[in-house]
Write a protein that binds this ligand. Structure first.
Ligand code: SAH
Length: 293
């Protein structure tokens, strides 16, 4: 990691001073102040879907400043290079097949660190408020009267699809989109979802955490009138150099999942936009070589 890149931003941001191309990223930025990351507060920061360069400037500032970072399994480790040398790093994801820490335990940890006067950065994959339990953590923080801030991130179901050349909305195909999780807290297909309405409401459905139950979800949608020939694109490891797209249809989903091992994490998109990646597959060859994005 280039130290100059990490250290030189020093809490300020503004216009690039010259027209020279600046390959060091923020190195020459100067101008406006970032909001203060106060001691005793928690920032919930979206890390983006994978590529480190998809972190926001506010997220980068938070990493530079935090005393403690508590991060999830899907967060790219490279982001942790942008923390201070003395920053305490805490992992809050699954490890070696063990279950992840209880949500309540994580929230209590956040509160404990904040009460100890730390600047606490809760780093979560994608956007903290999209299927990320960020809301639950904020509720606990609010109850404990801990000040907090949300730093949104690029969600896998939007930005991740962008790296796959799949626009999540496209005028010719869909004026709406449904975002759905493929399982509930118990790991089953979410029972509270109105599958009939989902099958009929939008030409495009984007599913998070849905690989395990996708065969069942497909047949459910078909049974409620969705066309079984509807295109399905499954984007694994979106925005990372090993990103992979698997294509199938709702009819063939079960056999596709049986025959080809599909790497996780994966976003599933149902609908015609999935096919657009054939024409818009920009993330190839040299575009994949840069580790930042
Ligand atoms: N808050 C996150 C989603 C957390 S749920 C966000 O906004 O993106 C975790 C699910 O997100 C995974 O099961 C997968 O469906 C999806 N996901 C996250 N990162 C991904 C990636 N790089 N590629 C494909 N899917 C991803």
């Amino acid at each position: 990691m280039d130290n100059r890149f990490t250290k030189s931003i020093s809490g300020r941001i503004g216009r690039l001073p010259s027209s020279e191309p600046d390959n060091t990223g923020f190195a020459q930025l100067d101008g406006e102040d970032f909001p203060e990351f106060e001691t005793g507060s928690v920032w919930l920061v979206g890390a983006g879907p994978g590529a480190p360069g998809l972190l926001t400037l506010l997220g980068y500032h938070a990493l530079n400043t935090a005393d403690v970072v508590i991060y999830d399994a899907l967060v790219n480790d490279k982001l942790l290079d942008w923390t201070r040398d003395d920053c305490q790093i805490v992992y809050a994801g699954k490890r070696g097949g063990k279950p992840s820490p209880e949500q309540g335990d994580i929230s209590l940890k956040l509160i404990e660190f904040a009460k100890a006067g730390k600047r606490v950065l809760r780093l979560k994959g994608g956007d903290p408020f999209v299927f990320g339990r960020g809301g639950e953590e904020c509720q606990m923080l609010a109850r404990a009267q801990i000040p907090y801030r949300i730093v949104p991130g690029i969600s896998a179901g939007i930005g991740g699809l962008g790296y796959a050349g799949i626009p999540v909305t496209h005028r010719e195909t869909n004026h709406s989109v449904i975002f759905l999780t493929g399982h509930d807290a118990s790991g089953n297909m979410p029972a509270s979802v109105d599958w009939k309405a989902v099958a009929q409401a939008s030409p495009v459905i984007v599913l998070y955490m849905a690989l395990k139950n996708f065969a069942d979800i497909s047949s459910k949608l078909i049974s409620y009138g969705r066309d079984g020939n509807d295109r399905v694109a499954i984007v694994s490891d979106a925005t990372l150099p090993h990103q992979k797209i698997t294509e199938t249809t709702l009819y063939e989903a079960a056999s596709t999942l049986d025959t080809a091992p599909i790497p996780k994490p994966a976003i599933i998109v149902i609908g015609a936009v999935g096919e657009m990646h054939h024409a818009l597959d920009w993330y190839v060859d040299r575009a994949r070589e840069n580790q930042i994005g």
